[in-house]
Design a protein around this ligand. Structure first.
Ligand code: FES
Length: 307
């Protein structure tokens, strides 16, 4: 804007595209939080670059706003102000107080909010490895037979953390023991699914393992697994066959330690091809109930914290 003598209106910086770039970066960042970490990182980088250029423009615009006053004074024949004489205007007290108040407010705000935000958000992004669950000796699992194993997921939390898994000994493949270890949590909304067939309570036994007491009840889920809440149904491998669930039942990693069957972390499964020891499991990081893990639908869910 051209300055005229006597025109004391503030000198505004010229229009720039940096705010537009900054807004685009923020938009890409938000989309990335739903779609992919990489897109979010690109959005953050764009926002940072354009934000920096914008801030630089604003600062240099302010400096230029002071400059014409000095030039105007020279044109009018008045002596140019020396830097020393300008110094009170370059950093006036009211500006200092304004900056100090804002800075102090920001510091106090950060001290109050950051610990709370950190405690609320960080755990979701940190790999929280669950403790292995020892289900006892392999000899307790007859080959080809499903068992409903009930145990405390977290011994510190006690009874409240009791949960069940469907365990089947598939024999061995290539000399290694094979087990199917399916979670009993419906992947629709998390209700406990039940064996679609008889459960032989009278043959139940309680095994004392390195993980406390584990109840083992033989079951014959001839019709797979049924969810009583909304009619979700799964076949014997945990594949979804009916109802609102969108994927197969979650499974547990397993290992054999000193002759005992030990369950590890849970993971999600899109589907299982084949069965038993020859099953091809399409596995994914643990996802929430109702969430697609494959196909185009998976793009409609927020990205998962790393596991
Ligand atoms: S919670 Fe299982 S079908 Fe809805």
């Amino acid at each position: 804007m051209e300055e005229r003598p006597g025109d004391d209106r503030p000198q505004l910086p010229p229009p720039s595209i940096w705010p537009v770039g900054f807004a685009i970066g923020v938009a890409v960042l938000l989309v990335g939080l739903v779609v992919s970490w990489w897109v979010a990182a690109v959005g953050a980088a764009i926002a940072l670059i354009f934000g920096f250029l914008w801030a630089r423009d604003v600062v240099s615009g302010r400096e230029q706003a002071h400059a014409p006053a000095a030039e105007g004074a020279i044109e009018d024949g008045a002596p140019a102000a020396t830097p020393e004489l300008d110094s009170p205007d370059r950093f006036p007290r009211n500006k200092f107080l304004e900056g100090a108040t804002l800075g102090l407010g920001a510091l106090i705000g950060a001290l109050v909010t950051l610990p709370v935000l950190g405690a609320a958000l960080v755990p979701g992004f940190v790999k929280q490895k669950s403790k292995p669950i020892n289900l006892g000796p392999l000899a307790n699992f007859k080959e080809g037979q499903y068992y409903v194993a009930t145990f405390e997921r977290n011994q510190k939390e006690g009874y409240i953390s009791r949960m069940s898994a469907f365990i089947r000994n598939n024999g061995s493949t290539n000399g290694k023991p094979s087990f199917t270890c399916i979670s009993n949590r419906c992947v629709h909304l998390g209700c406990p699914v039940q064996a679609g067939g008889p459960v032989f309570d009278k043959q139940a036994k309680t095994v004392k393992s390195g993980h406390g007491e584990v109840d083992l009840i033989p079951a014959l889920p001839a019709a797979g697994f049924i969810c009583p809440c909304h009619g979700g149904a799964y076949d014997q491998e945990g594949n979804r066959i009916a109802g609102p669930p969108v994927r197969a039942l979650n499974r547990f990693e397993f290992s054999v330690v000193d002759g005992n069957l030990v369950l590890g972390d849970m993971y999600s499964v899109a589907k299982v091809d084949g069965s038993g020891a020859n099953a091809q499991i399409h596995k994914y990081n643990l996802a929430g109930p109702g969430q697609h893990v494959d196909g185009p639908e998976q793009w409609f869910y927020p990205v998962q914290p790393p596991h």
